[in-house]
Design a protein around this ligand. Structure first.
Ligand SMILES: Cc1cc2nc3c(=O)[nH]c(=O)nc-3n(C[C@H](O)[C@H](O)[C@H](O)COP(=O)(O)OP(=O)(O)OC[C@H]3O[C@@H](n4cnc5c(N)ncnc54)[C@H](O)[C@@H]3O)c2cc1C
Length: 461
């Protein structure tokens, strides 16, 4: 769920953010562009949103493109599973954040009738009682706390204090521990980590730059991946699966790309779209090695452990108006992922990041299910969720060998580093992907696509 919507649910509306002018340019379609004068071939490493969008864009310009994907599946952190419910279960990206984005444009062009706005109210697990927003508005103490949290959230973009962690910053406010858990759910967990790992300057940077809009949308009964399949079949057909790149050698007149299985590819330019975690852990060797400034940026931008657990029920036990449940100690946010769908399968998605996600690493599925149902049982003691649960889907992104985490977050020392990460090297090596997004759309599908667009534009000779 979208933090801006969650807060709006709590108390009042939020102001709209302005559109960054360059984003409008980024939304221009490839057909409108002059040829970039790129002499191919171009090799794209990674077939997630950034890699596929770049491939489609370059192919429309007539560029010879090869896409190498390490895993046996295209899509990266866009992945759904059929058969678990009567609609595709989203294991990764699920929501379209705002209307001013390449992803919203994509949905409009191929699935307009399937775009549905986020529905439902937030419920708050506060001091061991589940509260709704009505309760916040009625209780003067909680209304004050809610207002404070809203003010904190609204003022992040203009923060002027020292570069401390978000947790250290929150201690300055008169908000009780229960509200800190809600802040964790709607700010830190949404950003892919926990309160003490977010740096205030990096958070301010992300908030200042964010411009795609505060509204959130889902797709009715179709998957996020289906948008890409519909819009970019030619690019997807080009993807070479099971080709993990292990070495990139920049030579006088071209670039040699080697997979860990010793297959070799040659290109004039290479676009690297792998998660920043893979670069941090040195999965790909660069020869000559990357400049120190680039390595510093790679190391400053962190990715945390993050998972989604999807629970299926024979009947809903939550109120009809429920959108999400915030502030749980095991799971900071659950949302009703069957809401707004044509579905007879009630489903809750548990969304957990940071140490709380790490707690579930290596745990067997029945144990995860028991832990979640135990927490939901505390929240809904009269309804007995355990009796109603008919299955669980577990997706631990840190376990994926070619992802190794959830998504990049505003870590301390990462301020200004995304530009450095996205900076090309010598008109041969280009970088894209969600962590390279320079306009606050980090950790999103549209952010990955925007970064790919900018990287392609930078290839112009
Ligand atoms: C749990 C979760 C929920 C999310 N929810 C949302 C949401 O609701 N809305 C939203 O907009 N975004 C969401 N996101 C974020 C979004 O999914 C990502 O920002 C986006 O998909 C990233 O795209 P990308 O192309 O940058 O990277 P990826 O999708 O990670 O693609 C990179 C590709 O590179 C491949 N690769 C890695 N190493 C190599 C190698 N050595 N050689 C070749 N290939 C390699 C990987 O296998 C992968 O396919 C979510 C992410 C997660 C994990």
């Amino acid at each position: 769920m979208n933090r801006r919507i969650l807060l709006k649910n709590m108390l009042k509306g939020l102001p709209m953010y302005c559109v960054a002018p360059w984003l409008l340019e980024a939304c221009a379609k490839a057909e409108r562009d002059e040829t970039l004068g790129i002499e191919g071939p171009v090799c794209i490493i990674g077939a997630g949103a950034a890699g596929i969008y770049a491939a489609a864009y370059l192919m429309k310009l007539g560029v010879d493109v090869t896409i190498l994907e390490a895993s046996s599946l295209a899509g990266g952190r866009i992945r759904s599973q059929n058969g678990f419910a009567d609609f595709p279960a989203e294991l990764g990206a699920e929501e379209i954040h705002g209307r001013r984005s390449l992803l919203y444009d994509l949905a409009l062009s191929s699935a307009q009738a399937d775009i549905v706005p986020e529905v439902g109210e937030s419920k708050y697990w506060l001091n061991n009682v589940l509260r709704d927003s009505y309760f916040f508005q009625q209780s003067s103490a909680l209304q004050g706390a809610g207002q404070t949290l809203l003010q904190i959230s609204e003022s992040l973009a203009s923060y002027e204090g020292p570069d401390i962690s978000l947790q250290e910053y929150l201690i300055n406010f008169p908000i009780e521990p229960g509200m800190i858990e809600i802040a964790n759910a709607i700010i830190a967990n949404e950003y892919g980590t926990q309160l003490d790992r977010i740096g205030m300057y990096a958070l301010r940077e992300a908030e200042q730059r964010y411009s795609s809009g505060i509204d959130g949308y889902f797709l009715k009964n179709r998957s996020m991946w289906s948008l890409f399949e519909t819009a970019f079949p030619d690019a997807i057909a080009q993807i070479k699966l099971n080709e993990p790149v292990g070495e990139v050698i920049v030579r006088e007149s071209d670039v040699l790309i080697k997979t860990i299985y010793d297959a070799e590819y040659f290109a004039q330019k290479v676009l690297i779209t792998v998660p920043v975690s893979l670069l941090q852990q040195g999965f790909i060797t660069f020869n000559p090695s990357l400049p120190q400034v680039k390595l510093d940026a790679i190391n400053a931008i962190k990715m945390d452990v993050g998972s989604k657990f999807i629970l299926r029920f024979s009947a809903p036990f939550w109120d009809d108006d429920t959108g999400s449940i915030l502030g749980g100690l095991r799971i900071p946010e659950y949302w009703v992922s069957s809401a707004g769908k044509n579905s007879a399968t009630p489903k809750l998605t548990a969304f957990v990041m940071g140490d709380r996600a790490a707690y579930f690493q290596g745990m067997a599925e029945p144990q995860i299910k028991a832990e979640l149902l135990d927490e939901l049982g505390l929240m809904y003691p009269a309804q007995n969720p355990s009796e109603l649960c008919t299955g669980i889907l577990v997706q631990r992104w840190a376990d994926e060998p070619f992802i190794r985490g959830a998504y990049s977050y505003p870590s301390p020392q990462s301020t200004g580093m995304r530009e450095v990460l996205a900076e090309p090297i010598g008109n041969r090596l280009f970088f894209a992907g969600e962590a390279c997004n320079v306009n606050g759309h980090i950790a999103t599908v549209h952010g990955a696509m925007e970064s790919a667009y900018l990287a392609c534009k930078a290839m112009k000779t």
